[in-house]
Structures are given as C-alpha cells and as structure tokens.
Ligand binder design. Structure first.
Ligand code: NAD
Length: 377
C-alpha cells in the first residue's frame, strides 16, 4: 500500500493533505508514504519533518505518484497531473464537481476512484471526517480576525480614564458551522453580537453563545433536509430583507455565511443596505466562493464601497493554513482508515459502506455518483 501526498497546484491554495502526524499514523498502518517536495511549505511544514515522520520526499508529481494506490490532496488534482497513475487508485480530495464536469470526466477517464470529501454525510460516525465543518469553523474564526483588522475602532467596550469606548456591533448572517464560530470569536473579542438564520433550530445555538437571535415572524422555519436550509420564497425573502435592513444600518461589522446546498448563495445584503452603514464599517462575505451574500462583493478581493470595506476573500480557512491543514489531514486520515484492513495492512474498500457510497464520484472510468448522473460520461 503506497500513499502519495501531492503539492497543491491551484493558485492560492496554502493547505496540504497530510501532516507529519498523519504520516506517522499512515506508516503505522503499514503504508509506504511519499510526499512531493515542498508540499507543506505554505503550511509551515518543511520536507524534513515529513521525512522524519517516515515519508519519502520526492521531486515532482510523477515520482511521488509512482506505484501509489492512494492519493491525498486538498483540491481535485487535474487529470494531467496524475499521469501514469495506477488504474483503481483511490484519490481523496475536495472534488468540487458542479460546474467542473469536464474536469471530472477527464479524471474519471484515468480509471481512478475519486472521493469528494465534501459529500461526506453529516452523521455522527462521520463527524471526524467532515472537511466542510473543520474548514468552515476556521473560516468563521478568521472572518472575525480579518474584520477586526480592517475595522479602525476597538471591538470591546473599554472604560478608560479618557472616556468610555462602546462595544462594536457585529451581525452574523447564517448561523451554521462558520457563523457559530464567528459569533463565538466576536464575543471573545468583546463585541455586541447578533445573528440571524432561517432555521429556527439555530436560535437556541446562537443564544447559547451569548448573542441575540433575530428572525422574522413571517418566516417561522425554513429548514430543508439534512439540517440545511431551503431556498426562501419571494415573499419570505422580502420579509427577511425588511427585518435585516434596519438592523444592518446600525452595525459596525457584518459577517455573512449563508449557503443553500446546490444553489448559488442567497443575496441577503443589497447595495442600499451597504450604503446605510456608517463610514468605516466592515463586511466579510464568506459566501464569496458561491457568488456572495452581498450585492457588492468582489469575490477574491477586498474592496471599498462608499467607505464600507467589503472582504470577499476566497479560501478563508487557507489563511490559517497550518491549522487548516492539521484538521483537514485528520479528516482524510479518519476516512482512509475505514478503507484499510489493519491486520493485513492493505487496502480493503467496502464499496457498500454508506460513507464510501456517499462520497465516491468516479470508478472504473465512469462518473458514478447519483448527484452527477446527468454529467456526460
Ligand atoms: P451551510 O454552510 O449550508 O449554510 C450556512 C448557514 O446559512 C446555515 O445555517 C443556513 O441555515 C444559513 N442560511 C441559508 N440561507 C439563509 C438565509 N437566507 N438567511 C440566513 N441564513 C441562511 O450550513 P452548515 O454550516 O454546513 O450547517 C448546516 C447544518 O448542518 C447545521 O444545522 C449544522 O449544525 C449541521 N451540521 C451537522 C453536523 C453533524 O451532525 N455531523 C456537522 C456539521 C453541520
């Protein structure tokens, strides 16, 4: 059993799919591990630490992949970077297949079994493998750090001899994994925090973190399936907009995290709402990768709209790469362990397992995931 860890090739990707800790565990499971030279550099992991953990450091993708039957990556590797890969090799990464159908089809043609880690079911057994949660949690934290850095006032209330400084007001829209961590972080920094969500169940979680929950009476509950939100009707959207418009005008910092599975991010903050905020206010749009929750967000950029800073950073978790890699590597290791026979020290994939079935996107040259059934093969 040989496991290869590639250097990430997508521009701006700072994370890596294995750490010295996870390499030690993989070696303990009987694997031979190869790591591409420089793979951990942006996460502050020098090649020497991988080598000390028992990995062989190889120059270039081809040497790293030679003879590998498992590949670990953060982003979907391009088919061309997997040249020479053994048919049937397992590739674990965030595959991001929607809108990238041709790339996935090319990957399928190499004969690999591609697992999309973002398809991991949100069930108790799979919590330790949940990359969406591990990374969203860090993104929520980092969004507050970036907002605080861009904000030219203090966040906590301060009573000083020279006068009292009021606590900054932070409003978090979308109280899922990222939003709840943003609330907790803003509270730790002393801000006065409020939050909204369209799932009624989020209210209790928001309040348990010491923030005020804001929800329109007209909405009641827009929970969809699997704990996710459903898209709002036009009438519900109008009720939500009316509720938040007045509130946003009084906020110093707004952090938006709202997503709906398989849909573009809902637009929650209009240009007029941004313009209603005081000069120097800050917005962080964590949904920028899916089009953004804020009308004026420029995905991948920090912009200023009428004196309001709008942060549209992509890959927010990648800004704290060392921590993000540590948790991501643990997620992958936990999943891979379920596919290894510990006594025989060999791969033993149970293709019937619900976690395998939920995440397997390609196998034997074809795209096999039901959600991708319409993709040309
Ligand atoms: P997500 O990233 O899909 O969405 C972020 C948040 O935006 C969600 O809370 C959603 O309700 C909210 N949202 C959507 N439309 C909105 C709108 N118009 N206005 C305001 N908010 C809006 O969600 P997520 O962070 O991945 O979490 C989804 C759910 O899954 C949560 O209930 C979470 O607790 C649950 N979860 C469970 C597990 C597990 O059991 N293993 C793991 C992780 C998350």
């Amino acid at each position: 059993m040989k496991i290869a860890i590639l250097r990430e090739r997508l521009g701006g990707e700072t994370r890596v799919a294995a750490t010295p800790d996870s390499v030690t565990k993989l070696v303990g499971l009987g694997a031979e591990v190869s790591v591409e030279k420089g793979a951990g550099e942006a996460s502050r992991i020098p090649d020497a630490l991988y080598a000390a953990a028992g990995a062989k450091v190889e120059a270039g993708a081809a040497a790293t992949l030679k003879g590998a039957n498992v590949v670990l990556a953060v982003r979907r590797p391009e088919a061309k970077s997997l040249g020479g890969i053994a048919k049937g090799a397992l590739v674990l990464a965030v595959m991001d297949p929607f809108g990238n159908e041709a790339d996935l089809a090319a990957l399928a043609k190499t004969g690999i079994s591609a697992f999309g880690m973002e398809f991991m079911p949100r069930i108790t057994r799979a919590q330790v493998m949940d990359v969406l949660s591990s990374q969203a949690n860090l993104a929520g934290y980092q969004s507050v750090i970036d907002a605080a850095a861009a904000f030219d006032r203090a966040l906590p209330m301060m009573m000083t001899a020279a006068g009292t400084v009021r606590a900054a007001k932070v409003f978090v829209m979308g109280a899922g994994v990222a939003g709840l961590q943003a609330i907790a972080t803003a509270r730790r920094l002393g801000a006065a925090v409020s939050a909204t969500d369209v799932r009624a169940a989020a209210g209790e979680q928001v309040e348990s973190l010491g923030a005020k929950f804001i929800m329109t009476e007209a909405l009641k509950d827009a929970s969809g399936t699997g704990g996710y939100a459903r898209e709002l009707t036009k009438k519900e959207q109008a009720a939500q907009a009316e509720l938040v418009a007045g509130h946003i005008a009084k906020q110093d910092i707004v952090i938006t995290t709202a997503l709906i599975p398989g849909r573009p991010a809902p637009k929650l903050v209009t240009k007029a709402m941004v313009e209603s905020m005081a000069p120097g206010s800050v917005i962080v749009d964590l949904a920028a990768e899916r089009g953004g929750n804020v009308e004026v967000t420029k995905p991948g950029a920090v912009s200023v709209h009428k004196d309001v800073t709008v942060i549209g950073t992509l890959n927010m978790a990648g800004k704290i790469a060392a921590t993000a890699s540590q948790l991501y590597a643990k997620n992958l290791l936990a999943f891979l362990e379920t596919m290894i026979d510990k006594e025989k020290k060999a791969l033993a994939v149970n293709w019937e397992d619900e976690l395998v079935a939920a995440t397997l996107l390609t196998r034997d040259g074809a795209i096999v995931h039901p959600a991708l059934a319409a993709v040309p093969k």
